[in-house]
Design a protein around this ligand. Structure first.
Ligand SMILES: [Zn+2]
Length: 126
């Protein structure tokens, strides 16, 4: 039986969907992840209940990894007027907060942070 390896939490933005899917495929994860596509990815991880969705994936499919994938010019952050490295730095704070919460609750989970530039480059932060 095929098994689920990961839960992916990324943004709903249509511009990033192909890039995210291609990157996950390159990592050998095609067909092996639950997919959560919500505004701002891990922004407001607790207050918007996103953690509950990741924990549903954890409970139902026994995932081992969580991918938090943010992107350049995210409408949920409205920071498109800033240089992209500043956008990344601001979003990274939320990603690291979400990762810390997940690791506190589920120390065995591997949490990966990544940021997609709109030119298609993906940078792994952790
Ligand atoms: Zn976005």
């Amino acid at each position: 039986m095929p098994s689920c390896r990961a839960c992916v939490l990324t943004c709903m933005d249509f511009r990033i969907q192909a890039g995210v899917a291609n990157w996950l495929q390159q990592k050998g994860l095609a067909g092996k992840y639950d997919y959560l596509s919500l505004p701002g990815a891990s922004r407001n991880f607790l207050s918007e209940g996103k953690i509950n969705l990741v924990e549903d994936s954890y409970r139902l499919h026994h995932i081992m990894e969580v991918y938090l994938i943010h992107h350049e010019d995210c409408g949920a952050y409205n920071l498109g007027h800033l240089p992209v490295e500043e956008q990344l730095a601001r979003q990274r704070q939320d990603m690291e907060t979400a990762a810390r919460i997940l690791k506190e609750r589920h120390p065995e989970l591997k949490v990966c942070l990544a940021f997609l530039y709109l030119d298609g480059r993906m940078v792994e932060l952790a």
